[in-house]
Write a protein that binds this ligand. Structure first.
Ligand code: GDP
Ligand code: IMO
Ligand code: MG
Length: 430
């Protein structure tokens, strides 16, 4: 019954998509457990280059069932469009995809409210992806959300909308002074969503459990990263879900004891999209060089990602929260051109040296990184798939990251393609 949780260990975009695609070849199920189409997971394999926002990254592997769990917020229009795009690329999605009946739906008014709230915040904007994520999760916790199961009962959905839409419309018209949304508009869309998605909406929690109980292998696909977690991230500059290990359990209705492997995916440096503290951020040519070489632009919004040195304080914190059984280092090749590299090993704050990030966002803003400098490597690592070919200084760099994270680095990624992967220790059940 192995279940592998694949978790973003920084601020998202660590390369989870690539690693999930790599691991899913030996899986029975790949299941997303949190977030929505704020995620952008890149997969590059022999079938092509893909950007997935809702469909799990196991979709390219034969015989794998892909599950969208109850913890995910689903924009039905986006899911349908993504399925169509995959179909056009020759990938048949409909028979290998399920959506939890308990997953909440992102409604058109959630997308409107996200954008309106961001412009209202002005200088304090979070820099959300504008996909309606915050408002959809807010409705979930306010108990005014619409779930996938509601699409299967359109009469019941009408009653539900009669209950929740008047308040939404008061906010739209009176607070933001924009047009209201009609029940008929939402019901017309829901009819179309039901025709397309209805056959995929299922009690997936039970299905995942049955596969695990019968000895199957499940890959739990995380989205975002721990530093964007609602509780453990750099609040309020976070997303509205739980990309951490706890979210893997609640977002799929599986028991914590069923999760046998917890993989923390770390970039060999740090990036962040949107606002919020970033102690090791680079504002110089070194940062610009990394951004250009690595094409650090958001998969979902196209925004330039902020770039910085690897932050060992946050990495160790990330491991303390999630308890990784393996760390995965991605994008090592991006650092091939550097003569020397800094790693943050502590924070200076008001005369003290900290080994954990402070919880307050203003205190974290004030933290100054304490750096250790390592030599670069002269032989490129790009595309290497055998550990024996890794240049000595690259090995020294990875070993230092391993010490700081506090768990073994079992996989190193040296390029975007599935094959550009070094399995340092075979953690896969065959
Ligand atoms: P995710 O959200 O965690 O799935 O990551 P994204 O797909 O948003 O961003 C990761 C980017 O890094 C994508 O463009 C990947 O193709 C790319 N990538 C992943 N691993 C590697 C690697 O080892 N080297 C390089 N050069 N690119 C990588
Ligand atoms: P993947 O799965 C990177 C960031 C946004 C913003 C904050 C809140 O590809 O790693 P939201 O729209 O969620 O309310 O935005 O979270 N963010 C991500 N950053 N990767 C992601 O997903 C992200 N999903 C959300 O940029 O700062
Ligand atoms: Mg991404």
């Amino acid at each position: 019954m192995p279940a592998y949780a694949i978790l973003g260990a920084q601020w998202g975009d660590e390369g989870k998509g690539k690693i999930i695609d790599y691991l899913s070849r030996r899986a029975d199920i790949v299941a997303r457990f949190s977030g929505g189409n704020n995620a952008g997971h890149t997969v590059i394999n022999d079938l092509g280059d893909f950007s997935l926002h809702l469909v799990p990254c196991g979709i390219f592997s034969d015989g794998v069932m892909n599950v969208i769990g109850n913890g995910v917020v689903v924009d039905p229009d986006v899911l349908i469009e993504e399925m169509e795009t995959l179909k056009q690329a020759g990938i048949d999605v409909s028979r290998s995809l399920m959506v939890s009946e308990r997953a909440h739906l992102i409604m058109p008014y959630h997308v409107m409210l996200d954008t309106l709230a961001e412009s209202e915040r002005g200088d304090f904007a979070i820099g959300t992806t504008g996909k309606g994520i915050g408002p959809a999760y807010s409705d979930k916790t306010s108990r005014t959300g619409i779930r996938a199961a509601d699409l299967l009962d359109l009469e019941g959905l009408r009653h539900r909308l009669e209950e929740v839409l008047p308040f939404v419309n008061r906010v739209l018209t009176k607070v933001y002074e924009v047009d209201s949304v009609s029940i008929d508009y939402i019901l017309d869309k829901s009819r179309m969503w039901k025709d397309f998605l209805g056959p995929l909406i299922k009690p997936v929690g039970r299905y995942v459990n049955e596969v695990l109980d019968s000895g199957g292998t499940v890959v739990l696909e995380g989205a975002q990263g721990i530093l964007l977690d609602l509780d453990h991230g750099t609040y309020p500059f976070v997303t509205s879900s739980s990309p951490t290990i706890g979210g893997a359990s609640t977002g799929l209705a599986i028991q914590p004891k069923q999760i046998t492997n917890v993989l923390g995916i770390f970039k060999a440096y740090n990036t962040r999209v949107g606002s919020g503290p970033f102690p090791t951020e680079l504002f110089d040519d070194v940062g610009e060089g990394i951004r250009t070489i690595a094409k650090e632009f958001g998969t979902t919004t196209g925004r330039a990602r902020r770039v910085g040195w690897f932050d060992g304080v946050l990495a160790s914190y990330s491991n303390r929260i999630n308890g990784y059984t393996s760390a995965v280092i991605t994008r090592l090749d991006v650092l091939d051109h550097l003569d020397s590299l800094n790693i943050c090993v502590g924070y200076k704050l008001d005369g003290d040296i900290l080994d954990e990030p402070p919880g307050g966002v203003t205190a974290l803003e004030k933290c100054l990184p304490v750096y250790e400098t390592l030599d670069g490597w002269d032989v490129p690592t790009a595309g290497i798939s055998n550990i024996s070919e890794l240049p000595t200084n690259a090995r020294i760099y990875v070993d230092r990251l391993e010490e700081l994270i506090g768990c073994p680095v079992d996989i190193i990624s040296t390029g975007p393609h599935r094959d550009h992967t070094i399995m340092v220790r075979d953690i896969l059940i065959s």
